[in-house]
Design a protein around this ligand. Structure first.
Ligand code: NAI
Ligand code: MN
Ligand code: ZN
Length: 339
């Protein structure tokens, strides 16, 4: 089989590997579609401190179970599945309180262990979530990115009367917009970015109002309109955003951070305590695959609004390069595997 392997930073190869056999408790998935994410590009370019090389990247993938290991029912053969990349121990403190996404021995497929940019992948049976026939392949491969939004909203518990402000109209901002509008029916969702094309995508995803902060001050614009956001999600993830969010937030507001920058954010405690703000963080997803599969079944979200490119996996270098260089026109790029 062919696998997309990052041998070392900046060296991507299509490697011939033996088709893997599922071990006890595992299934083998014949991959049909996989999605490119910023973290794949970070591992490729050597910007992910957790990555070990060589590595088969890819943590957003969908396919069909074509072999099962010992202890897994044959009945699962032929099942269409989306794979949760979060592998956890089930016993540590975070696991015991329902946060396997921050397990003390966390393993993420495509980061710490070989992932889904491959013709076949073996994964724990419990990570392979059955996709109902009513959900099409292209939507099934988008479950993982939407689980990030499910995790963010699971932390912040949006309500209809929230005034939400989302920083960043990249894939992560857009899935969050869709969750807030489609699932939680939040009345007012504002999105801020610096790229007009991305703000247009945010509008297509349901944003009520978008703002380009490349040349104008968001704070001034919100003050003029008398808007004080009650829920702010930072899906742009620059360290300077936290202080601005604290300034803009309504008293009793919530802020959700998603970034992994190692640079400090400077923020005065007074701004947080004076308004009794709640600051959440959100990493990957905690058991959100069934939640998003249910959203898709009910038609509450529309992954098509994020998919801009579908390319053959043999063109992966070109696909990643476009994804990195063309933020105006590229959002979610899918790779097709099965012939
Ligand atoms: P992206 O880079 O495609 O999107 C970020 C967007 O933010 C861009 O459109 C950019 O123009 C905009 N932006 C940057 N600085 C801004 C500012 N000061 N004000 C307004 N807009 C600004 O990235 P993607 O894939 O949407 O991911 C967003 C962030 O989320 C990344 O930093 C990524 O590391 C993080 N992330 C976190 C996850 C988690 O589980 N916590 C999961 C996936 C991504
Ligand atoms: Mn992803
Ligand atoms: Zn654990």
């Amino acid at each position: 089989m062919k696998s997309i392997v990052i041998r070392q930073p900046n060296e991507l190869v299509l490697e011939d590997r033996d088709i893997p056999q599922p071990a006890v408790g595992e299934v083998r998935v014949k991959i049909k579609l996989a999605g490119i994410c910023g973290s794949d590009s970070h591992i490729y370019r050597g910007h992910n401190p957790f990555a070990k090389y060589p590595r088969v990247i890819g943590h957003e993938f969908f396919g069909v179970i074509d072999a099962v290991g010992e202890g897994v029912s044959d009945a699962r053969l032929g099942e269409r599945v989306s794979v949760d990349p979060v592998i956890s121990c089930g016993e540590c403190y975070p696991c015991s309180i329902g946060k396997p996404n921050v397990c003390t021995s966390l393993v993420v497929l495509g980061v710490h262990r070989d992932g889904g940019f491959s013709e076949y992948a073996v994964v724990p049976a419990g990570n392979a979530w059955t996709i109902p026939d009513s959900i099409e392949d292209k939507h099934a491969v988008m479950v993982e990115p939407f689980t990030i939004a499910a995790n963010v909203t699971g932390q912040a518990q949006p309500i209809e009367q929230d005034v939400a402000l989302i920083y960043g109209a990249g894939p992560m901002g857009l899935v969050t917009v869709q969750a807030l509008k489609g699932v939680y029916k939040v009345k007012q969702v504002i999105v801020v970015d610096r790229i007009a094309e991305r703000l247009a995508m945010a509008e297509r995803c349901g944003a009520d109002w978008t703002f380009d902060n490349s040349s104008q001050s968001l704070q001034t614009a919100l003050e003029e309109k008398g808007i004080r956001p009650t829920l702010i999600v930072d899906a742009a993830c620059h360290p300077s955003i936290l202080q601005e969010a604290v300034n803009l937030a309504s008293p009793a507001g919530r802020i959700v951070l998603m970034g992994f920058s190692s640079d400090p954010s400077q923020v005065a405690q007074q701004g947080i305590t004076g308004k009794e703000l709640t600051v959440y963080s959100s990493r990957l997803n905690a058991n959100k695959f069934p939640v998003v599969i249910d959203w898709l079944k009910k038609g509450l979200i529309d992954p098509d609004k994020l998919i801009t490119h579908v390319m053959d996996y043999r063109h992966v270098s070109d696909a990643i390069e476009r994804f990195e260089k063309d933020q105006k026109h590229c959002c979610k790029v899918l790779l097709t595997f099965a012939v």
